[in-house]
Design a protein around this ligand. Structure first.
Ligand code: ZN
Length: 287
């Protein structure tokens, strides 16, 4: 009888999970990247997990009337940003801050961390950012040295990358739901390896890093690739991966984005690590 009573809630939870997919909203519309090509890939990879229904909110183009851009964030469990562009209206910025502070999920994909250099709360949410005039005023550099997270306040630019190439991502937090069960090292397909990001970096956890090879124009440091940030009651997942369609189709980028988005939405990860996950020596991609 005891076992039976335990099974009922588990079954109901499973049934509820199937009955009510997690509602996700991708925001895009401006980006110095090919957002028209990458948003459909992000949408498809989230939907292919079977967990999400995904809408897209596209802002006006540059110099457009941004006051008209007012997504109803509260209708979603998680907002996924593929946006790097002009400031949103004060009203829309406040709505996002309120949403995440109140327990909503937020996911920053690649150049979304270039956006909004002047928006204090946004930078607190993403933890680290790059470009847009970011400097020591934005916060410290964050990287790993001898396996420890270093917060380095030295002056200098925020945000850089060398030539695109395949690179090894190292799992640093093996207990976090997003990275639990991933290989210690896996080879990511050709992408930009963001380095020298800086920001408030408060309540930030580094889940995975990559060594920015000086031979490719990198910093020579172990740079954060996957991060989480606690913001109010909300959860933020930050992936620096995903410059292009090709980079997003890496199974490592895909799976960490699927898992990170689920975690941002619910605080849990129910997805298994798939068999086609890349290894330290071999990349793996899905069309
Ligand atoms: Zn890029």
């Amino acid at each position: 009888m005891k076992t039976f009573l335990k099974i009922i809630p588990a079954f109901l939870a499973l049934a509820a999970a199937h009955a009510a997919p997690l509602k996700a909203l991708i925001v895009d519309g401006q980006n110095n990247h090919a957002w028209q090509a990458t948003t459909p890939v992000i949408k498809r990879l989230l939907e292919s997990s079977g967990l999400f229904t995904v809408d897209v909110a596209t802002s006006p183009a540059k110099k457009g009337d941004m006051s008209a851009f007012k997504p109803d964030f509260r209708a979603y469990k998680v907002i996924v940003s593929n946006y790097n562009g002009e400031p949103w209206s004060a009203e829309t910025q406040a709505a996002l801050v309120e949403f995440v502070r109140g327990g909503g999920g937020f996911v920053s994909v690649h150049a979304a961390n270039n956006s909004f250099p002047e928006w204090k709360e946004y930078n607190e949410m993403i933890g680290l950012g790059g470009w847009g005039g970011r400097s020591e005023k934005s916060g410290p550099y964050v990287y790993l040295a001898d396996g420890r997270v270093v917060r380095d306040p030295r002056p200098g630019r925020g945000g850089s990358h060398g030539a695109q190439h395949d690179f090894v991502v190292e799992t640093r937090d093996t207990k976090h739901p997003i990275t639990a069960g991933l290989p210690a090292k896996w080879l990511h397909v050709k992408d930009e390896l963001y380095d020298q990001l800086r920001g408030p970096a408060e309540n930030l956890t580094v889940l995975a890093t990559a060594l920015a090879d000086p031979g490719k124009g990198g910093s020579g440091r172990h740079e954060p690739m996957l991060m989480t940030i606690a913001y109010g009651k909300g959860r933020v997942f930050h992936t620096t991966l995903g410059h292009s369609v090709e980079a997003l189709q890496c199974v490592g980028a895909t799976v960490t984005l699927q898992r990170g988005t689920e975690w941002a939405a619910t605080g849990k990860v129910t997805q298994k690590v798939p068999k086609d996950f890349p290894t330290a020596e071999k990349t793996s991609s899905r069309e």
